[in-house]
Design a protein around this ligand. Sequence first.
Ligand code: UDX
Length: 472
Amino acid sequence: MSDAIQIAVIGSGYVGLVAAVCFAEMGHQVVCVDNDESKVAALQAGDPQIHELYLNDLLARHRNTNIRFTTNLAHATLAAQAIFIAVGTPQSENGDADLSYVEAVACEIARSLTSYKVIVEKSTVPVYTNEWIRRAIERNGVDHLLFDVVSNPEFLREGSAVTDFLHPDRIVIGADHPRAADLLSRIYAPLTSGLYYQQPTAIVGPCSAAQTPPLLLTSTKSAEIIKHASNAFLAMKISFINAVSNLCEAAEANVEQVARGIGLDSRIGPRFLRPGIGYGGSCFPKDVAAFRAVAHQLGTDFGILSEVEKINLQQKKRFLNKVRSALWTLRGKRIGVLGLAFKGETDDIRESPAIDLIHMLLAEGCTIVAYDPAAMSRAAAAIPATPNLTYAADSYAAADAADALLILTDWREFATLDLPRLKQSLRYPIVIDGRNLFDPETMTQQGFTYFSIGRSPAYPATKPKPHANSVL
Ligand code: UDX
């Protein structure tokens, strides 16, 4: 396709693995390193261990040809021209990013560095991290002419990670030396030249040979800030619409209409204006906290980020109150829960608002029967086992004999449920939807009492038959 670059990717988490596989798809020679032996063994056998569209296919396509997996970092980096660091940057107790894994990898790279290499920050890191990496490598006795450190932030979303990587809105390369910028530009050339999109086997997405992704060259510090600022801005958009949804509830307006009205302004845009039970996942909560911590360390007051976090936390509590006001009391109630993942189309439960709500409902004495198309085994491993929480084989089984059904994740399959069958399964036809998957009018026509976010509660026109213990 164009010149193949020798690449090492350190870390086989979401970002590392997707980047490694996509670089292989772009025609490069990739070695992906992880210190977790069982993970590497699984990857060598073709099992990506994460639920991500196209990942299995691309792994099968390139395994043992363009991509290899190993636990041996020194060996993997020996021939590499570019080394991508994609290890975790978890949140430390005071909110800032814990960079100890990044530092450990930088020191390990330094110990085996014998020829010029570009070291690339792919993990989300605070501004100045590139300088710390450079210092750590020099401290290990490596001449500064033997390497450059660049920042190449990744904007992929879980659930559409492969498409996002190969069809990005933009490619950001933060480099302070032209030779490093040049190598990174060559790595992305199959996308920026459009050659990749002309291949018959190319993953289809918004980019094409006629519409290639723009490549933005910046300083390393700007690139680091671009990543944090992008995630913080998106989280802010979500908290903003969630705050508006609360206002809509108070004013008996409809947040979906309001969001559409706001989003049609091209300066604002319609995306990330979906109200719900708050944002979760491995990035937004951590990155908002880290960006706030960085701003504080640099003497800048970024109070809006604290507000974004506050609204996000309140959103879950408001939803619990919504459930309470729908059911009057919670102790002993049987609740069907649809969704455990932090968003639809992924098996990831990290910082999932659904999991937080399950903990809250269990603490209130509810009995929960939960269903998620992909995240049940992860949830079962993360939530301490209790007879009050069981897992169902499908949505209808979760709803079976339940006092109410809660929708906590926006899985596409939930939006197409067979409503008459769902109603038949439930003990009381009450749906409390934390993701606004349904139209209130449709729900009431089907005989449900329907609560959602930022819209008035909706009741069926003809009241259901009164029941001895009816909560309606
Ligand atoms: C995010 C960024 O989008 C991505 O660019 C970055 O690289 C990593 O972090 P991800 O965490 O995979 O990606 O999920 P995303 O689709 O952004 O959703 C994050 C959270 O926000 C989810 O809990 C989702 O349900 C919630 N969300 C998203 C809303 O509540 N409303 C919206 O309108 C959009």
